[in-house]
Design a protein around this ligand. Structure first.
Ligand SMILES: C[S@@+](CC[C@H](N)C(=O)[O-])C[C@H]1O[C@@H](n2cnc3c(N)ncnc32)[C@H](O)[C@@H]1O
Length: 306
């Protein structure tokens, strides 16, 4: 591809995303054709070359990929993450230059208000639900390869810290049927998903386990807060106990990880880290044995043993 083609594609890239976001918001892939949108046909037509709709006679029907990932009642739906992207990420990325200059997230600039990081994500019950369903849709893709990246069959009890809807615990039980699992998350999350044990991993005692998991948690936080959490996990583990970390491993050529690293700047106080970066953090907490696996899926896996 020539340089000019890359540039032209990048000029258009946000238009592609926003077209899909709008179509999801309007319920197009659930069959809605809301009559009050005067220019709806323009949106439907644009979804055809994007590969999301096709024409059958005078009807627009979902392509297979749209039917699987963009219909809200599909088990593999990504609509939660798309709505969260449209309502939160898209406006915040509009201020990327400010985030780069100031080195901080854009919640206050875009939505106002102060407070701890996750009070921004959870500004309303709907915002929390969209965020968590977004995590869930991604997790259904990433958790099976993450739990398969290492042989975890020797562990008895997995506690997934910040485990949200429990997709990682579910994937782990499927692969290791004798494993007991507990999902631990903030009380607001537990109120929505009754199988979740409520608690704050910074301030409450951790449920006992011989294997903890942190899926997309460390990338939310500064090195100092990661150190606090990792020290606490290390202290709670028995000798030989483990910590499974699911994150993208940053490298120069991993485009998705580089994009997520910018996203973490815009949205959190954290960052993506290289394999070496995670090793350094884990070693500082006391973990001697640290191994990484690149899974080929959107999240990689790290196992640290006490
Ligand atoms: C980026 S999401 C990742 C969710 C899940 N692990 C996954 O991979 O899909 C971060 C999760 O951490 C939870 N969380 C944030 N702060 C927490 C805290 N102090 N204690 C417990 N959970 C927390 C959030 O509620 C959210 O579910």
């Amino acid at each position: 591809m020539t340089t000019s083609n890359i540039v032209l594609e990048l000029i258009d890239a946000f238009r592609h995303s926003k077209t899909m976001f709008a179509a999801v918001e309007l319920g197009i892939f659930d069959g809605a054709r809301p009559a009050e949108y005067k220019e709806l046909t323009r949106l439907l037509d644009a979804c055809i070359p994007l590969g999301l709709l096709e024409r059958r006679g005078d009807q627009y029907v979902n392509t297979d990929v749209a039917d699987r990932y963009l219909r809200s009642d599909s088990p593999d739906t990504l609509t939660g993450y798309i709505r969260y992207s449209n309502r939160a990420l898209f406006p915040m990325w509009g201020h990327l230059e400010d985030a780069l200059r100031e080195g901080s997230s854009r919640w206050k600039q875009v939505f106002g208000g102060d407070g701890p990081l996750f009070t921004h994500f959870y500004q309303s019950e709907d915002a929390m639900r969209q965020f968590l369903l977004g995590m869930h849709g991604f997790g259904r893709i990433t958790s099976p390869p993450v739990v398969a990246a290492f042989d975890l069959s020797r562990f008895q009890h997995l506690v997934d810290l910040g485990g949200a809807t429990g997709h990682l615990a579910g994937a782990a039980r499927e692969r290791y049927p004798n494993l007991k699992t507990t999902v631990f998350d903030l009380p607001q999350v537990a109120a929505l998903f009754p199988q979740v044990t409520p608690g704050d991993f910074f301030t409450d005692p951790l449920p006992p386990a011989d294997l903890y998991a942190l899926g997309r948690i460390l990338h939310d936080w500064s090195d100092e807060k990661c150190k606090t959490l990792l020290d606490k996990i290390y202290a709670a583990l028995p000798p030989g106990g483990g910590l499974l970390v699911a994150e993208k491993l940053l490298s120069e050529t991993n485009l998705a990880a580089q994009m997520q690293n910018l996203n973490m700047l815009v949205v959190t106080e954290g960052r993506e880290r290289t394999a070496q970066g995670y090793t350094t953090l884990l070693r500082a907490a006391g973990f001697q044995h640290v191994e990484h696996r690149v899974t080929g899926a959107p999240l990689d896996a790290t196992l640290a043993i006490k």
